[in-house]
Design a protein around this ligand. Structure first.
Ligand code: FES
Length: 118
């Protein structure tokens, strides 16, 4: 037996067809609002709330591996959640995401959401 903590579970978000290429979709998973994107064939999952205001990143536009917030166009890297352009300077949390048997699953830790960018 090892002392490793168990990994958080992958939880179902919704049908794979509900996330189309280039168009974000927000899901509530384990009490967290998470935006899922399909960009250039890959899935990404990030906290949905922009760190600059109350905008939903799921309504943002995708370009060059980033999502641009729909309100003031601050950009976040889809893979890392790091801020890529002002006015955002604080990143968002990202989550492992996969597609299994036609269902999108996101690996979400139990408990309250961490601070953005952790
Ligand atoms: S609310 Fe997102 S950049 Fe301002």
């Amino acid at each position: 037996m090892t002392g490793d903590a168990p990994s958080p579970p992958f939880l179902p978000a919704g049908p794979a067809g509900s996330v189309r290429e280039g168009i974000g979709k927000a899901f509530t998973i384990a009490g967290r609002r998470i935006a899922v994107f399909r960009h250039e064939g890959r899935l990404y999952a990030l906290d949905d709330g922009c760190t600059h205001g109350a905008a939903s990143l799921a309504f943002g536009s995708l370009r060059d591996g980033c999502v641009a917030c729909p309100w003031h166009y601050g950009e976040f890297d889809l893979a890392t959640g790091e801020p890529r352009s002002l006015p955002v300077y604080q990143g968002v949390k990202t989550y492992p995401v996969r597609e299994v048997d036609g269902i999108i699953e996101v690996c979400v830790p139990e408990g309250p959401a961490d601070d953005p960018g952790d």
